[in-house]
Design a protein around this ligand. Structure first.
Ligand code: GBH
Length: 482
């Protein structure tokens, strides 16, 4: 039949979107130019001992000044879309509407116009981790008021850029802000408070997302005709022993913690946290002698507003884990809270990043899990990629992309999941958070010792350009890429 033919030809449905992604703090530099305020990442990276060898994003790829060069790279890849993020502290230097900075708006106006002139569709993330430091000084994400400030910031972005931006992503990977930022302190603002601040952070983030989504829906959508969603990341969690029902249950529980924590309120039927998390945390609170579950509660009204507050499911996928049921862990730590041990398989090839094992089939399984769990939402792969030492002849990356794109193809064409686009992380090597410039994810290399920040195409850039030109792998049976 038709579907089978498409599969044999190895091409995606017509109109499938092809993008690369970046984030403001990772590429822009110009950290205190044109009125920009300090962000929690400026503060964190300027604090000794937080980032690999004291690296920071003060200059990064200097994309603030070199965005024309970035757009040339996009053109040579043949991208249909480009995913980038807006730096909140450029728009509101002190985080609040009172501090509106026209020069910040001017920069993104110019950039968006340049993208459109190059025929590249902007996909805009509002929050990729660079919270204005002044809002951290007011308590940061655990403070529920931050949701209202985020809504004000989102509102001005919709209002200013929405005539040209038709695809909005409120938050990038809320679990990273939550767990890495306020749970284990590996990311800005570096807070280690897994039983309190961490859960409050997640709660504010979800409320912030929902408020911004409803603002777009009620004030802008009818006129601007765009879409608004959220991007979440997750590993695929595979039971270590699939015949052991405790492991099967544990793997499901871990998925609910990693992805369901944010996805269930928004894409689930109840507008609320996953039932298994609520039950599990109730029990852990008892064991820890806490006064109550660390998981805050949504009001009935909030649940109604959460439900359906996303026009698409943005998914970032990098790796997978094997899950063993394990109730012996310390409940004061995440693994102990989840009653699970996470391992990897020795056969999985590892990238430069210590957490990144190439498990392409995990992506297909994750897409299918989301499709079944949340009633076949429209899915956009908003990030996928791998790291190395920055070599130009990057065969590992090519293989990683080839196999993962092929699994997306199977999920789309063979399994019938509704995947609309694929985004490679990243357009160019950039500031890899706590790892500084020591791990490279780019299709283009950047010389960080050169004041000009010269960009050079890697071999993988040529590979991706071919895939995009062909909308897949025509003439090749998809299974040959396994
Ligand atoms: C994405 O996160 C980010 O959106 C992007 O900004 C980033 O550059 C890209 O991935 C590559 O990392 O250090 O063992 O505690 C991906 C999901 C989840 C990957 C947390 C790193 C830390 C593991 N990230 N994980 S560890």
């Amino acid at each position: 039949d038709e579907k089978r033919d498409e599969f044999l030809q190895g091409v995606f449905p017509e109109g499938f979107a092809w993008a690369t992604a970046t984030a403001s703090y990772q590429i822009e530099g110009a950290w205190k130019e044109d009125g920009k305020g300090e962000s929690i990442w400026d503060r964190f990276a300027h604090t000794p001992g937080k980032v690999y060898e004291g690296h920071n994003g003060d200059i990064a790829c200097d994309s603030y000044h070199k965005y024309d060069e970035d757009i040339k790279l996009m053109k040579s890849l043949g991208l249909t879309h480009y995913r980038f993020s807006i730096a909140w502290p450029r728009i509101f230097p002190d985080g609040t509407a009172a501090s509106l900075n026209q020069k910040g708006l001017d920069f993104y106006n110019k950039f968006i116009d340049a993208l459109l002139a190059a025929n590249v569709i902007p996909m805009v993330t509002l929050y990729h981790w660079d919270l204005p430091q002044t809002l951290q000084d007011k308590g940061g994400w655990p403070n529920p008021e931050i949701a209202d400030h985020f809504n004000d910031y989102a509102d001005i972005c919709f209002k200013t850029f929405g005539d040209r931006v038709k695809m909005w992503i409120t938050l990038n990977e809320p679990i990273c802000s939550t767990y890495l930022g306020y749970g284990i302190g590996m990311h800005a603002p570096g807070i280690k408070d897994p039983l309190n601040a961490m859960f409050k952070t997640a709660h504010t983030l979800i409320r912030a997302h929902t408020k911004a989504y409803r603002t777009y829906e009620s004030k802008y959508k009818a006129q601007q005709k765009g879409v608004c969603g959220i991007t979440m990341n997750s590993d695929w969690d595979e039971p270590k022993d699939p015949r052991n029902k405790d492991d099967v249950e544990a793997a499901e529980r871990v998925l609910q913690y990693k992805l369901g924590w944010y996805a269930s309120p928004i894409f689930g039927k109840a507008g609320d946290y996953p039932a298994v998390m609520k039950k599990n945390l109730e029990q852990k609170a008892g064991l820890l002698g806490l006064p109550g579950s660390p998981l805050p509660e949504f009001t009935e009204e909030e649940k109604q507003l959460n439900k359906g507050a996303s026009d698409f499911f943005g998914l970032n996928y990098y790796s997978s884990r094997l899950i063993t049921n394990d109730t012996s862990g310390d409940p004061a730590h995440i693994a102990g809270l989840m009653d699970a041990e996470e391992t990897t398989d020795p056969s999985w090839p590892r990238a430069k990043s210590k957490w990144l094992f190439s498990v392409p089939w995990g992506l297909r399984k994750l897409i299918n899990w989301i499709t079944a769990e949340y009633g076949r939402p429209q899915i956009w792969i908003t990030e996928n990629g791998s790291s190395d030492d920055g070599e130009l002849n990057d065969e590992f990356r090519i293989n990683y992309y080839r196999k993962h794109i092929n699994e997306v193809m199977k999920a789309t064409i063979v399994d019938g999941c509704d995947v609309r686009g694929y985004t490679a992380w990243s357009l160019l090597d950039n500031f890899e958070w706590a790892e500084g410039y020591s791990e490279h994810f780019g299709l283009h290399s950047v010389d960080f010792n050169d004041p000009e920040r010269k960009r050079i195409a890697k071999k993988s850039a040529g590979f991706i350009a071919e895939v995009i030109k062909n909308n897949g792998f025509p003439g090749e049976e998809a299974t040959t890429h396994l």
